[in-house]
Design a protein around this ligand. Structure first.
Ligand code: TRP
Ligand code: ZN
Length: 923
């Protein structure tokens, strides 16, 4: 199909299907190159039109046979459909097709992964297995017979309950029945040889569930943490959401070839092995944390996704956002709330805001989609979860839980919409969410500006204060604030307007504006819950009587004022606590206010944000000076970090983030136009200045946080390692800044050699690479020796080098593509090496000479045919090129145009490239 023939589907064009399927019987005869799939389904006409033909989806299937009620019949086949006309209202249709799992490199449908057969059907992979109504609003009961291939293949799995198994004609077979009707995207099949970790879970009503985790042969011990996480997830969902598992078996399989993290197939979750296998020697604390979170995520889908599913793919966020919210709450409850929240916020601010500012910006409920695989995005998942979190904030835990219970009861066994969900929430909580719905329909990141002034209480005049303030808002200050410049101390101050000492009220005025996004040029105001508190100059928290009990101000207009009394005159409002809405906030804070909040605010997000504001202010003020080599001493920042280091009461995960300079990507988000070279240089030099000024404090901290004894993964020890490794990096940097390269080298080299776990080992290796230490090649060699037999662990060898923030990285990556362990057909390898450049390394990707873009072009040329959805995914960084300078823009477009000319360009790559190249005209 020519690229220009790809058409977008529109949300509002949803039509009910003409037929539904009630039952389907699937028979698989597995073979690498010719698997035979015989499907008999019972179809029932829904359409009023008795002539409407049955149209079944199917792609890349070789059709052997079609029978209608056991008789041959008339039909048409196209590239994408099997059309049977003249069918009765109620009948059985049997099809037999042949497919080739071994040649399926797209990893959608039935494919082979390192010798085992497995499936991935979401969103539209089932049509690559057999002809069917491959849409989420057709729910059928499945009966599946699997006949193994003629060589040893121990395990044959599908959804639901095992009803029969044995050997027939020398072949292994098994029969599965899933009692719950489900859409085709939740179908799964696995066949292969595995190590099996078995356990049981007794639900709160006393039912015993058999748990089994299937991992690569020899990986048994690397699966025990995942099994523990399954049990923890099941217990937590009962505790917090009162939700119990509903089948007798819960099976989880880990495979090595997988497009994303994992998949929630009913009763048979399939995982990327990267989200299952961990042990102290091969996995980092972050890996442990991720495994637990993803296991939780897929398990929680059993209710939010499987029992209640989706009407159509535009509703994707209905299951994903709710399930992300649930997995975040799980991680918070069983792990560390601070770490979980800060991580989630970081995803929004450094990745989702970028998506919102780029050519693929879309609402949480998109209006149009060309390739559904392109919409498994941080907007659908993570911004969606923030939207759910706002509902939770607005209605409170109790009513939220009631809403979820009502929603699951009302729509159990059905395919629902986002509108169904909101309506249920509204009814359950007696809250009007009419305007709130804009979070689902409008794309883009709202920019909120906060200013405040003291007014005499007598100066009430019923609203007089408000217009006066509105007129006072200085456009320049807003613009500056949106670029996170600290308004200078003389420029604006909240105290100017009011001479009174007592009897004052603080008037907080908020304004909001959302910039245009593709296909949406104007936006209406959002409902923004602004969690607020008040802090005096000496760091005391004060509560005015007007503040609602939950601390949340409901900000719903373009501009709105809130008044507070009983506050000492040196009080500042602390707005957007806990990042209570996914917005870009700027405010009339002065440097001293940021320092005050960083040192004294009890909210971790506010502390991180204040810290980042101090850094941003410095960067913005000095980015032009850095080129002449005169960066001033960052005195305020140094003092603030010193305070943080010495404050024993600060959570260690939080502290780890407050003692190093934030990532380049998060700094980028504070600029509308990015001077990439200046920003990278300023950031690096700022880091060195800080490291040097605080050398002895970092050394002290590095020393104090050393862990002794055996590695154990738990929230507390992981936090200590995070803090230790952050301090260690700064110590090494301090040595370098002091021209003491040998000491830096010794420190890092010893840390590597002495590490008794992967977290510490990788931290040392990463420091050696990032800081170009002499020990770098020795450590890389050692890592290669130790792990090149283990592809999953060896991905760290690729990613650590691909992450080095330098233009030279492109050359290194090209060389590593020839490494014997690199395999372009495995998404984990591609993500580790190419993906790291593609979305984590702007300096390398956006190299001035375009060589980063050429790398992407070369990779996409190959990957477009092998695995289109992975090919499209690695382009996320590239298509956001318009924020850079004109030279980079021109180069990026040159290479994107070449990419667009790739023969047989896939729909997914085409959609990304064309949205990038069109976005001039669209915005
Ligand atoms: N629904 C899965 C999840 O969120 C993700 C998913 C969608 C997926 N499409 C996929 C996973 C394709 C693997 C391949 O958990
Ligand atoms: Zn999910």
């Amino acid at each position: 199909m020519a690229a220009s023939n790809f058409k977008a589907k529109k949300r509002l064009e949803y039509k009910k299907p003409d037929f539904t399927a009630t039952d389907i019987d699937l028979q698989f005869q597995l073979a690498d190159d010719a698997t035979v799939v015989r499907a008999t389904a019972h179809y029932v006409r829904l359409s009023a039109d008795p002539k409407a033909p049955l149209r079944l989806d199917g792609e890349e299937l070789k059709l052997n046979d079609v029978l209608l009620n056991g008789q041959s019949c008339k039909y048409n086949v196209t590239d994408t459909e099997l059309i049977v006309s003249e069918v009765p209202d109620d009948f059985e249709l049997t099809t037999e097709v042949v497919i080739s799992p071994a040649r399926n490199t797209s990893l959608m449908g039935l494919y082979k992964s390192c010798g085992c057969f497995c499936t991935q059907c979401e969103p539209e992979g089932f049509r690559r297995i057999t002809y069917f109504l491959d849409r989420p609003d057709v729910l059928a009961k499945y009966r599946v017979t699997i006949v193994g291939p003629d060589y040893g293949c121990g395990v044959l799995l599908s959804n639901g309950n095992l009803v029969e198994s044995g050997i027939k004609d020398g072949l292994l077979y098994s029969v599965w029945e899933d009692p719950f009707p489900k859409p085709s995207y939740l179908f799964a099949l696995v066949a292969g040889a595995f190590d099996i970790i078995e356990d049981t879970f007794v639900t709160k009503s006393g039912r015993e569930v058999k748990l089994a985790l299937y991992v690569d042969r020899g990986a048994y011990t690397r699966g025990t943490w995942a099994m523990q996480s399954i049990k923890e997830s099941m217990a937590w969902d009962e505790r917090r959401f009162n939700l119990e598992y509903d089948l007798d078996n819960f099976n989880v399989v880990a495979v090595d070839f997988f497009n994303f993290g994992a998949m929630e197939n009913k009763g048979l979750n399939i995982f990327n092995s990267s989200c299952v296998l961990v042990d102290p020697q091969t996995a980092t604390d972050t890996n442990y944390y991720t495994v637990q979170g993803v296991i939780g995520h897929e398990y929680f889908h059993n209710w939010t996704g499987d029992r209640v599913t989706l009407r159509d793919w535009f509703q994707l966020s209905l299951k994903e956002s709710l399930t992300v919210f649930r997995d975040q709450e799980f991680s918070s409850d069983v792990n560390s709330r601070v770490l979980t929240r800060l991580d989630a916020i970081n995803v929004i601010r450094s990745r989702q805001f970028a998506e919102d500012a780029g050519p693929m910006a879309h609402p949480v409920r998109p209006e149009q989609v060309m390739e559904m695989n392109n919409f498994y995005t941080v907007t659908i998942y993570d911004k969606g979860a923030e939207v759910i979190r706002m509902i939770h904030t607005i209605v409170g835990e109790e009513k939220f839980q009631k809403g979820i219970a009502d929603y699951l009861a009302r729509y159990d066994g059905q395919a629902a919409t986002i509108e169904d969900f909101i309506l249920t929430m509204e009814t359950a909580s007696l809250t009007d969410l009419a305007q709130f719905r804009r979070w689902y329909s409008q794309a883009g990141t709202p920019e909120v500006y906060a200013k405040w002034a003291w007014k005499s209480i007598d100066d009430n005049g019923n609203g007089k204060a408000q217009p006066a303030l509105a007129a006072n808002i200085d456009e320049k200050a807003i613009a500056a604030a949106l670029n996170n410049e600290v308004v200078s101390d003389t420029q604006e101050s909240a105290n100017e307007e009011c001479g009174c000492d007592e009897n004052c009220k603080l008037v907080l005025t908020l304004t909001q504006n959302t910039p245009p996004t593709p296909n949406q040029s104007t936006k209406d105001p959002f409902v923004i819950p602004v969690r607020t508190s008040f802090l005096t100059k000496d760091g005391q928290s004060v509560v005015p009587p007007e503040l609602p009990e939950n601390g949340v101000l409901m900000f719903t207009k373009e501009e709105q004022s809130f008044e507070f009394t009983n506050l000492p005159k040196d009080t500042i409002p602390v707005v957007l606590r806990d990042f209570s809405a996914p917005v870009k906030l700027s405010a009339m804070y002065q440097t001293q206010d940021y320092i005050n909040m960083l040192e004294h605010c009890d909210d971790p997000f506010i502390r991180v944000d204040s810290y980042m504001s101090l850094i941003n202010a410095f960067v913005h003020q000095n980015i032009d000076k850095v080129k002449n080599g005169d960066l001033p001493e960052p005195t305020d920042i140094i003092k603030a970090i010193s305070y943080v280091i010495n404050d024993a009461s600060i959570d260690m995960q939080l502290k780890a983030k407050l003692i190093v300079v934030p990532s380049l990507i998060s700094l980028m988000e504070t600029f509308k136009k990015i001077d990439l070279d200046g920003l990278d240089q300023t950031r690096k030099e700022l880091s060195s200045l800080i490291a040097r000024a605080l050398a002895s404090e970092y050394k002290d901290l590095e020393h104090k946080t050393r862990s002794s004894g055996k590695y154990k993964y738990d929230a507390q020890s992981a936090a200590q390692r995070a803090l230790h490794n952050a301090a260690q990096y700064m110590v090494a940097l301090g040595y370098l800044a002091d021209d003491n390269g040998i000491k830096a080298d010794d420190l890092i080299s010893n840390a590597y050699e002495n590490a008794n776990n992967m977290t510490d080992r990788l931290a040392a290796l990463s420091a050696a690479c990032e800081l170009e230490l002499p020990c770098k090649s020795k450590l890389l060699d050692s890592f290669e020796q130790s792990y090149s037999h283990d592809p999953l662990t060896f991905d760290k060898f690729f990613s650590v080098q691909a992450a080095v923030s330098s233009e030279e990285t492109i050359k290194v990556v090209r060389k590593l593509m020839d490494h014997k362990c690199f395999d372009i057909t495995n998404p984990n390898r591609v993500r580790a090496l190419i993906g790291t450049v593609g979305y984590n390394n702007p300096v390398a990707l956006h190299r001035r000479d375009g060589m980063g873009y050429l790398l992407m072009l070369d990779v996409v040329r190959k990957l477009n045919d092998i695995n289109p959805s992975v090919a499209a995914r690695i382009l996320d960084g590239l298509i956001n090129y318009r924020r850079f300078d004109i030279n980079r823009i021109n180069k990026a477009e040159e290479y994107l145009n070449k990419m667009k000319a790739i023969p047989n360009l896939s729909r997914s790559v085409f959609e990304k490239i064309s949205s990038a190249l069109d976005s001039d005209t669209k915005q």
